[in-house]
Design a protein around this ligand. Sequence first.
Ligand SMILES: [Zn+2]
Length: 83
Amino acid sequence: MDTSTDAATAADTADTADSADTADLDETLVCSGCGTTPPPEARAAARLTWSRGTDAGRTTWTCERCSRENLRSIESKLDPVWW
Ligand SMILES: [Zn+2]
């Protein structure tokens, strides 16, 4: 009986499942403000530092720089008295 072929096939299947998981984690971050994408090595950090939001059910990301600029423009819009 040769069972080594079966074992190799099982390992192949596990590998494929693994790659699918990795692809899911590899969701592309694109800044909704300036359209920049973090380099692969900074992607994990970007997930922590970028602002995450939802727009019409889709996940949107805003890079650190744009978040700061947005915040400033929101603050400056709040500052003037409109009425
Ligand atoms: Zn940006």
